[in-house]
Write a protein that binds this ligand. Structure first.
Ligand SMILES: *Cc1c(COP(=O)(O)O)cnc(C)c1O
Length: 371
């Protein structure tokens, strides 16, 4: 089976892990945490980095750090991972969804303004599958209505909007280092911010609500979302190699596109003129004329020993939200279509040329193409 994803360890991961074991520093108190926070925040271009146990935790801590209150609304795409809605719901807030943009699959920023109410507190732009969102529009609307931006850059390590890194725009930006992300720590995440107050709040919220001044003295309930030194050790090693990791993703995408570009029934990933796409996942959207939806097509690929995965299931259709008072406001035809027809092909960092060839041959065979 060609895996849909696999990590690549070609840096000092083992050496740094050994250092943790040899020194006994394995918890979040270890020295790699600070090094990882400093190196990653410097790479993206933010002042403070706060490492946490996952990307989901990063989003939740970010929502806590801006002081979201019950009933407050946060605008986000429907086409994203559940973590985005969960972060808001956990603070009693209401996720308000916007539809997607058909070319890049990113949130359609032209749809944000019409969703703003007196309750709106923040916008959560999510960069999808490696391609940056249209950030100028997000920044303009946030400024006009005095909203906070929580940028979800989990899928865009190294991607750029108009020459600036994804994750450098938000009041707080959030990253995941899950095993399938470009830089990985197995499980892990980080918040970045230039705001000292948010940084301090985030350090408290990731750590049971401990405050600096007085240990074991709590003014609020907060969870344990700390990252371990073992994870940070892997992160520091991975980060040394980030340019190479990004290059591999871009290179693999080029190879896919070269082989698939003549198939009219497939929509392939693209790159806006203002964007640097890092092609975290190589997604394709099948035209309805193929007679396949994503799930059926993924099954066909599995028969050829190829693992592919259908796109996100839109948040506005999630059964769990139907049981709450969170009602979708509007129509989401693009999110629904790409969720039905979209899937991503094997996109791991260890992908070989012969595997890309095999995947493309299988795609053509299933579509009965000879080109
Ligand atoms: C992976 C991902 C997350 C969640 O990260 P975890 O580390 O798996 O909790 C959040 N947002 C987006 C867009 C992601 O792709």
């Amino acid at each position: 089976m060609i895996p849909v994803n696999e990590p690549l360890f070609i840096s000092n991961e083992k050496e740094y892990l050994n250092r943790c074991v040899d020194s006994g520093w394995i918890s979040s108190e270890g020295p790699f945490i600070k090094e990882f926070e400093e190196n990653f925040s410097a790479y993206i271009g933010k002042k403070y980095g706060i490492a946490v146990s996952s990307g989901t935790a990063a989003l939740e801590v970010a929502i806590g750090a801006i002081g979201l209150k019950p009933g407050d609304e946060v605008i986000m795409p429907s086409f994203t991972i559940m973590s985005c809605a969960l972060a808001v719901v956990n603070y009693g807030g209401i996720p308000v969804f916007v539809d997607s943009e058909p070319e890049t699959w990113n949130p359609n920023t032209d749809k944000i303004e019409e969703k703003i109410t007196e309750k709106t507190k923040a916008i959560m732009p999510v960069h999808i599958y490696g391609h940056p969102c249209d950030m100028d529009t997000v920044l303009r609307i946030a400024e006009k209505y005095n909203l906070k931006i929580i940028e979800d850059a989990a899928e865009t390590h190294g991607a750029e909007y108009k020459g600036k890194k994804c994750g450098s725009f938000g009041h707080i930006s959030c990253f995941s280092f899950y095993a399938n992300k470009i830089v990985t720590t197995g499980e892990g995440g980080m918040l970045l911010t230039d705001n000292e107050e948010y940084a301090e709040r985030a350090r408290t919220l990731r750590n049971l609500g401990f405050i600096k001044e007085k240990r074991f003295y709590h003014k609020e309930f907060a969870r344990n979302y700390r990252m371990t030194n073992l994870q940070a050790a892997v992160g520091v090693a991975q980060l040394k190699n980030i340019d190479k990791l990004v290059e591999i993703k871009i290179d693999n995408a080029k190879k896919y596109t070269e082989r698939l570009k003549d198939i009219k029934e497939l929509q392939l990933p693209m790159e806006k003129e203002w964007a640097k796409n890092v092609y975290w996942m190589y997604g394709i959207v099948l035209d309805e004329s193929t007679g396949f939806n994503a799930e059926e097509f993924a099954k066909k690929l599995a028969e050829e020993e190829i693992a592919a995965r259908p796109f996100f299931y839109p948040l506005h259709l999630q059964p769990v939200l139907k049981e709450t008072n969170i009602k979708p406001r509007g129509e989401y035809p693009i999110a629904e279509r790409i969720a039905e027809q979209g899937l991503y092909l094997p996109s791991g960092l260890g992908l070989k040329d012969w595997q890309i060839d095999k995947v493309c041959e299988a795609v053509k065979k299933i579509l009965e193409k000879t080109c």
